[in-house]
Design a protein around this ligand. Structure first.
Ligand code: ADP
Length: 331
């Protein structure tokens, strides 16, 4: 959603790399998850075994990739990064699997997008650290059994419900990442302001937190944008006034909704009279993919009670009419 016109510019890779925590102690929030992972890491390390496979699920920007980089750091091992969308055929998986070293991590983001044919290779790879590759076809086909080094698969998904049961069951550790509190986001803003060598007072950090949809990635994006704005308009000093002006300029409102979020609610109210409307119909009208809406727009609207999902479709709530300053239709 970051590249949609008028929204926060995509975080520059260098800045994002700089802001991403490297160790568990640098991570904010997710205390329960961190507690459980520390125990699993301690136990695996003291037994000199690879860590069990881990599945993270939750909306985008809540720390799945961060965990996948922090865990190997804690275990002093390396990580290979793959994306489920790029693993179209079993052969796409081979370079990763044959490259794993003992105890290292293979991270597959968007693992729900791995096709069935590839998924089946993951089963034996995860369970027995072995894959059976079929070479050639017809009467000449032969099976090659490859032994793999024991490794840890970390999977991430925004759609835990789309994973098949056999795949889901092969993860020994499954963690759901939830939304961050205002205080946690404000702490992330303070820590990252320090890394960027800018000074942010508490009121400003709270304002950025309030407008970040409970999501660390958005808090970082907003902070970077406000820093740019302050540099160009106010000699780099920023306070609540500058922050409000900077965020208003890119269409981020008091609830943290961006233009796309408001466009969604506006479409639902204006075109579909508040619903119930099907997701695909809304997506077609807005000319965006329904996946984008379901992954990036709806989760926060649902949790903020600005939207409800019924069996017949999406429905605007009284709170969303109030936020959008539209009269409720007479029913
Ligand atoms: P996901 O993989 O779930 O989409 P990421 O792990 O890429 O999300 O997180 C996005 C950014 O948010 C990271 O680059 C990092 O800077 C920040 N972030 C995420 N989780 C935390 C956390 N617990 N503490 C501090 N920063 C975080």
């Amino acid at each position: 959603a970051d590249s949609v016109e008028g929204q926060v510019p995509k975080t520059r890779p260098d800045a994002d790399g700089k802001l991403r925590p490297r160790r568990m102690d640098e991570m904010v929030g997710q205390r329960d998850v961190i507690e459980r992972l520390k125990i699993a890491i301690d136990a695996a390390t003291s037994r000199s075994e690879p860590l069990g496979h881990i599945l993270f699920d939750g909306p985008p920007g809540l720390g799945k990739t961060t965990f996948a980089t922090v865990i190997p750091n804690e275990m002093n091992t390396s990580v290979q990064m793959a994306n489920g969308a790029g693993l179209r055929a079993p052969k796409d998986l081979l370079p990763y699997l044959t490259n794993v070293s003992e105890g290292s991590v293979l991270f597959i983001d968007e693992i729900h997008r791995v096709p069935k044919a590839v998924e089946e290779y993951l089963y034996t790879a995860m369970e027995d650290f072995r894959i059976d590759v079929v070479l050639g076809d017809g009467v000449n086909a032969r099976t090659l059994n490859l032994e793999l080094k024991p490794f840890t698969l970390i999977g991430a998904t925004t759609r835990a419900g789309m994973l098949s049961a056999p795949l889901r069951d092969r993860f020994q550790i499954r963690e759901h990442l939830g939304w961050y509190t205002r205080a946690e986001l404000a702490e992330i803003v303070h820590r990252n302001a320090k890394k960027l060598s800018v000074v942010v007072d508490d009121g400003t950090a709270d304002m950025i937190a309030d407008r970040s949809r409970s999501t660390p990635r958005l808090a970082n994006n907003r902070l970077l944008w406000v820093r740019d704005y302050a540099q160009s308009k106010a000699d780099g000093k920023f306070d609540r006034e500058i922050t409000r002006a900077a965020l208003d300029m890119i269409g981020i409102d008091e609830l943290g909704l961006d233009k796309q979020d408001r466009n969604y609610l506006d479409t639902l109210m204006r075109v579909f009279l508040g619903g119930p409307a099907g997701l695909d119909a809304i997506a077609h009208t807005m000319n965006v993919s329904s996946d984008t809406l379901e992954d990036e727009v709806e989760p926060f609207l649902l949790r903020s009670e600005l939207l409800v999902r019924t069996r017949r479709g999406r429905l605007a709530t009284p709170k969303s009419y109030e936020h959008m300053k539209r009269p409720m239709p007479d029913i």
